[in-house]
Design a protein. Sequence first.
Length: 315
Amino acid sequence: MDISVVIPLLNEQESLTELYQWIVKVMRTHSYSYEILFIDDGSTDGSWNTIQTLSKEDSNVKGIQFLRNYGKSQALHAGFEAANGEVVITMDADLQDNPEEIPELYDLITKDGYDLISGWKKKRYDSVIAKNLPSKLFNAAARKTSGLKLHDFNCGLKAYKKDVVKHVDVHGEMHRYIPVLAKNAGFNKIGEKVVLHQARKYGKTKFGMNRFVNGFLDLITIWFMSRFGKRPMHFFGLIGTILFIIGFCFSLYLGIDKLFIAKKGRLIAQRPEFYIALTAMILGTQFFLAGFLGEIMLTSKRTKERYHISEKIHL
């Protein structure tokens, strides 16, 4: 199979049929073998009924329905696991991503040898405050911390080599930084393509200002995981060692001072240096323990499911 189109969605019933017809038109024009995977992330507006109807009319349409809303990252993870195409295309279901971009994205992966191509919505039709401003800030921060020179990390329209989606673990809300996850997994040929962006035709955006806080926290997490995710003792152990040495030096100073310098009758517990030493040594020990626990956790395989599927179609 040439292409898998993975479409996570939440309450996008009005746009699904039009999006499906647009994708099919592109696929047939270029004679691609394909599948379209709709991942219903707990919709309450009848989106799943539309997906069921489309799947009855076209066996290339497949669907996964979550029991409730788990988030875009979990929807992408489920879609990636189910995808069979040699090239995987992701796009949003709100008709703001243009399916006409698919052939060029496909060629960049298959002919030019890229592992991942990220779309760049150079001209956007989103709210400046709700989406544009946070995106600009996080894209700048992501470029700085990751070393990837991409303009739009969070664009929903991306193309992946099959190996990438099978090895990248998208969890939490890390869908914003999939190119960084791919780079950390060893896929270094990552490019960018300017793509058309269209104004939302139906419904309203699912994103609010909370993405500002969540995106910032996710960026810190991914920076830490990329630097110390496989060696937490290097981070926690270093801090613990420094704090313990500081505490030990203060303790040594207090001991020498008490025995040879300080006036008799003054208790060590009455001196501020005593509390600095005690606090530093306790914190140092705790950081050491955090490092050991992190190393132990890395040896344990994650087996807990992050989402629960209610129903599947053609899978």
